[in-house]
Write a protein of this length. Structure first.
Length: 649
């Protein structure tokens, strides 16, 4: 249990939170949400005793083990698997002790290390570390590579894996899905649903929050309020509370006006003096309900393209990959418009090209809105870079319309912004002859108003830098947007604004994103990149998630059902004819699923009623929240059992 009593938190001169009184029960999975700057990460720092409360108390169980994701990873020579394994410090120490004892032929110490590893269940630790790495997208051949070999995004994943490896009672995750692809996000959801401790997660991925969390902690204007349910349930409850607050305010204002009118009319009349005094007292006792202040909605806009040719770009029988020196690679925000065909260049035997995608036939027409789906490492970014012209072709040809103008957001685009320069400076590099006022007007539309346009980006948050990078792309008025994970660092409000802006954009869009909410709103067709192929995917995101789980070797599938023990030296049995489904068992399984769905719907309907939270200090709401989590788990098990009946037929 985590308790906040009259809790206040300050960062420097700024008071982030005050008068916080709430309790988080053991086993809850809590999504911490709020606009950037409301104190989410500072709250995590307080929980880890890195930041002292400004006032009040924060109570944690005395022996609670806390795990969190480190913000930085040093350039270590350790193998990736050893780095992850070191998250379980006790097991890692015992393994090291065992290795040292063997090296010194100290058999008594070897026996002690064996006993210690048995106590810690440490003999499967290496396998657990390997499963974490595989689930987060690391191919088996990379597990032994040094940490220093990995780029920044992959080191973030290593930190996540190390945090998940750490034995803990309280797990703190700050934007854990950044730098993950959809496969890894789905795997992490399943892993977290099985985590037995208390989870607090900061995330700007609403689908992830809906699928993982049982409660939502909303930080807003220095206050923290707890809601039962995931992000969608929180939005519904908060909207209803704000509606009721506005109704109460308007009713109170009407009563105030009526009382004041009576007082003004009759306070001077002796016959009405007592009644006027009574109404003055009543007026003074009114609660003073605040009007709902409309939060400033964030709106951004991609200017409509000056020209919009019908056929924009086409790849014909293209082999795409790495190993050929780029020929005139396109810069961010623009693309080579001429047709290009780069045959495989003759390379030395020591550096053969790496073909990632074979025989790609892909075209983009005006108005197309394509989402690229596929497992990590399958080649989604390779396809995008090939469309841009950043990667030369290994075979085939790339035909682009002369009027095509590409706006390209790459995963490294935010890092390519120039330190020490302002947003105005960045725009001036793109258009040296444009007026400063034009820059200011444009940046104001991207929420860089007034003097913010002249401030150095060194003080900008990751979300502000990402917004600026998108603004620089929009300035070029592209007719094609190629977006590779554009939502990293963006908060929920900015993601909603981006989805709206992309929906209004008349040009063509190709997007890679792990944000299912964004890609589902924006994209109308999907292409799957897997096993070296690029092919149209006839289905929605739920069907794609099911396909991912069904893939051989999928870590998500392994979490969904237990692995079967392999047969050793046993002849393969003859295939058995399919047996008919037992009607009685099928009816029971279907009835069980229907019953659980009905109970879950009833609880969710009750949780959506704002009056529930005003009763018995929220005890009933907390009880319903626990029941909701239990029912979700039971429903998942029942659905798997029903599916198994069909699979065994």
């Amino acid at each position: 249990m985590i308790s906040f009593r009259n809790f206040a938190l300050r960062r420097g001169e700024r008071l982030l939170l005050s008068d916080v009184d709430l309790t988080l029960q053991a086993g809850w999975r809590v999504g911490v949400v709020g606009r950037n700057g409301t104190g989410k990460s500072s709250l995590f720092a307080a929980l880890m005793h890195q930041l002292e409360p400004d006032k009040g108390d924060l109570d944690l169980p005395g022996k609670a083990r806390i795990a969190s994701v480190a913000q930085e990873t040093p350039s270590l020579p350790d193998a990736a698997s050893d780095f992850v394994l070191s998250g379980d410090a006790a097991v890692h120490a015992a393994i090291q002790a065992e290795a040292n004892a063997f090296a010194n032929e100290d058999w008594e110490a070897v026996a002690e290390a064996h006993h210690r590893l048995e106590e810690l269940n440490g003999y499967d630790a290496s396998a657990r570390a390997g499963r974490l790495l595989h689930g987060l997208g690391f191919a088996a051949e990379t597990h032994a590579r040094p940490v220093s070999d990995f780029s920044g995004g992959w080191r973030v994943r290593l930190n996540v894996a190390r945090a998940l490896m750490t034995p803990s009672d309280l797990l703190l995750l700050d934007e854990p899905t950044n730098h993950l692809d959809l496969d890894a996000v789905l795997w992490m959801e399943q892993w977290l649903l099985r985590y037995p401790g208390t989870l607090l997660v900061i995330s700007h991925d609403r689908e992830f929050l809906d699928n993982v969390t049982t409660h939502t902690l909303h930080l807003h204007e220095g206050r923290a309020k707890l809601y039962t349910g995931g992000y969608t349930a929180f939005e519904r409850q908060r909207a209803e509370q704000l509606r009721q607050q506005q109704i109460a305010h308007e009713k109170e204002q009407a009563e105030r006006a009526h009382l004041q009118s009576f007082i003004d009319r009759f306070k001077a009349k002796a016959s009405k003096a007592r009644q006027a005094q009574s109404r003055m007292k009543r007026l003074a006792k009114l609660a003073g309900t605040e009007a709902v202040r409309a939060e400033r909605s964030l709106r951004i806009e991609f200017p409509q393209p000056a020209r919009m040719p019908n056929s924009l770009i086409r790849l014909n029988h293209v082999d795409a990959g790495y190993g050929v020196a780029p020929i005139g690679a396109a810069s961010v925000g623009a693309a080579s418009a001429a047709s290009s065909s780069h045959p495989l260049q003759k390379l030395g035997a020591e550096a053969p090209p790496t073909v990632i995608l074979h025989d790609v036939n892909f075209g983009l027409e005006a108005g197309d809105r394509v989402g690229l789906l596929g497992p990590n490492g399958a080649g989604k970014s390779t396809l995008v870079k090939t469309l841009v012209g950043e990667l030369p072709l290994l075979a085939g040809e790339r035909n682009a319309h002369p009027d095509m103008r590409i706006g390209y957001f790459a995963q490294h685009t935010v890092e390519s912004l120039h330190a020490g320069q302002s947003p105005i400076d960045h725009l001036r590099e793109l258009s040296p002859d444009s007026a400063v006022q034009a820059f200011r007007d444009f940046l104001g539309k991207w929420n860089f108003p007034g003097d913010r346009a002249f401030e150095s980006i060194d003080g900008f948050s990751g979300g502000e830098r990402a917004r600026l990078a998108l603004a620089l792309i929009a300035w070029r008025q592209p007719n094609v947007l190629l977006l590779d994970e554009p939502t990293n660092h963006l908060d929920l409000d900015m993601r909603e604004a981006l989805a709206e802006a992309l929906s209004d954009f008349d040009g063509a869009i190709v997007m890679v994103s792990h944000d299912r909410h964004l890609i589902g709103l924006v994209c109308e067709t999907f292409w799957r990149v897997a096993s070296g192929k690029v092919e149209a995917f006839d289905g929605d995101l739920d069907e794609y998630a099911a396909w991912l789980r069904s893939r051989p070797g999928s870590e998500t599938a392994k979490l969904d059902k237990p692995a079967k023990a392999p047969l050793v030296s046993a002849p393969a049995p003859a295939p058995k004819p399919a047996s008919p489904i037992n009607p009685r068992k099928l009816a029971q399984a279907e009835a069980r699923v229907a019953e659980l769905e009905s109970r879950l719907a009833a609880i969710e309907a009750e949780l959506a009623d704002p009056r529930l939270y005003a009763q018995d200090n929220g005890v009933r709401a907390a009880q319903l929240g626990r029941e909701q989590g239990e029912l979700r788990t039971a429903l998942e098990t029942a659905e798997q059992a029903l599916l198994a009946l069909y699979e065994t037929a």
